[in-house]
Design a protein around this ligand. Structure first.
Ligand code: HEC
Ligand code: HEC
Length: 374
């Protein structure tokens, strides 16, 4: 038995982590789990859930950044022990098997939080760019081009991988502190309280709970407002009615962005023998259709489908002969396309509820009952 040190006699329970900080922490755990599972494991059509998690994460991060200046003492960034000397001492202590209980963060713990927050910021910012550029969705859709969004996708994935690594280290650190040094950090993050010799620095209290909850509510509303108003700019025009009547008789009317103008011209020239059918039109209608197809052809659209399918010409003029189309649909068997609810692979709208808009959003993929996809 080691003799009681003098300080241990005055150890009491002190409220260190204010309520908003704890709510932030556990909300973050939940949201990051949802984002990670939908991002790494699920099919693309879970993307809208992934994006909602990203929006929630954005609100949480904005809150945390502001809270770092207006929260209670130990939530504020200027209370973080970030000096290199402190980190060195702390690491040497750890190696010697010592870790004194700290009221706030340990130096290594504080750096961990800085790294986690920085990575999360990179993750949500790159997420907005990919969502806006590659998927042509969300508040940045009208400002980010497809190419930029596509390029940033790799950056987004790198941030995600870094985050997974950091979370691993963070959990290992908490485990070491809890199991080896018997500092119950998890309980502290639940109740906010730690058993320490009070230094009198902590200012956490009811006032902060109220301010924090009001602040988060304001951020959540503000962000929702921005996302809704900025996203409204990407609404799409309905298909031209004359075109829809003329070309939607035997199969769904394809969005003009699925082919280039030269492919459409070629197709329009061969309507008398259109895949074995006579699809010819009166001169007047043909002229309207030609103009409409030209104005909205793939080169005038910035969607993924326009880039990956529309701009790729095939000798057969078929959408379904492009490599991207085949790659995206190679998990289906012929029998799936022959299913009564689909009929044929050219019936895009059976599975893509937004096919007529040319968007082909992941979130709009709804497979008819009875079709399996794995
Ligand atoms: C009389 C019926 C008919 C009309 C009208 C018609 N098509 Fe078709 N279309 C077909 C058939 C049949 C196919 C081949 C279907 C298949 O292979 O399963 C086809 C295929 C296509 C394809 C290739 C789809 C693929 O496999 O990727 C395109 C593009 C297309 N049509 C565009 C048009 C356009 C544009 C118009 C209007 C000018 C039009 N079609 C009008 C019958 C028609
Ligand atoms: C039987 C259902 C089905 C039919 C019919 C179908 N698709 Fe798809 N399509 C899917 C599924 C499922 C995916 C998702 C594949 C993946 O992400 O791995 C997909 C993916 C896509 C994508 C990529 C979306 C993205 O953001 O990753 C495009 C573009 C697309 N389809 C276009 C078409 C077009 C054009 C047609 C019609 C010529 C069509 N599809 C017909 C089921 C279908």
């Amino acid at each position: 038995m080691r003799p009681l040190q003098q300080s241990e006699q005055s150890v009491t329970s002190v409220l260190i982590w204010d309520l908003p900080l704890r709510l932030f922490h556990w909300a973050m755990v939940l949201v990051v789990c949802v984002a990670a599972v939908t991002g790494y494991l699920f099919e693309d059509w879970w993307l809208d859930v992934h994006v909602w998690a990203g929006y929630a994460l954005t609100a949480l991060l904005l809150f945390r950044l502001i809270w770092g200046f207006v929260g209670s003492y130990y939530s504020r960034f200027n209370s973080f022990p970030l000096s290199i000397g402190g980190v060195r001492t702390h690491l040497f202590d750890l190696l010697r098997g010592r870790s004194d209980p700290k009221e706030g963060h340990t130096p290594v713990g504080a750096w961990m939080i800085v790294l986690l927050l920085t990575t999360l910021i990179g993750l949500v910012v790159s997420g907005f760019v990919v969502w806006g550029g590659q998927e042509n969705n969300g508040p940045l859709a009208s400002v980010i081009s497809y190419g930029v969004g596509k390029g940033v996708e790799d950056v987004h994935e790198i941030f995600a991988n870094i985050l997974m690594g950091l979370i691993g280290v963070h959990l290992a650190g908490v485990l070491v502190e809890t199991v080896i040094f018997k500092h119950d950090l998890i309980r502290a993050m639940l109740t906010g309280e730690k058993q320490v010799v009070p230094s009198g620095k902590s200012t956490a209290g009811l006032k902060h709970s109220v301010i924090g909850i009001v602040l988060f509510t304001v951020i959540a509303f503000g962000l929702t407002y921005w996302i809704n108003s900025a996203s409204r700019a990407n609404e799409v025009a309905a298909l031209d009615q004359i075109y829809k009547q003329a070309c939607g008789e035997c199969h769904m009317a394809y969005h003009p962005s699925l082919r280039t103008q030269s492919a459409w011209d070629q197709l329009m020239q061969g309507l008398e023998d259109h895949y074995g059918e006579d699809a010819s039109l009166s001169d007047e209608v043909a002229q309207t259709v030609r103009t409409y197809l030209k104005d909205n052809n793939a080169l005038n659209f910035d969607t993924e489908a326009a880039h990956k399918i529309g701009r790729i010409n095939t000798p057969s003029l078929r959408i379904t002969d492009t490599r991207f189309w085949q790659k995206k649909h190679d998990d289906f068997k012929d029998a799936d396309f022959r299913h009564p609810a689909v009929g044929s692979k050219i019936n895009c709208i059976a599975c893509h509820k937004d096919a007529e808009t040319g968007r082909f959003d992941d979130a709009s993929i709804k497979l008819p009952k009875g079709i399996k996809y794995d």
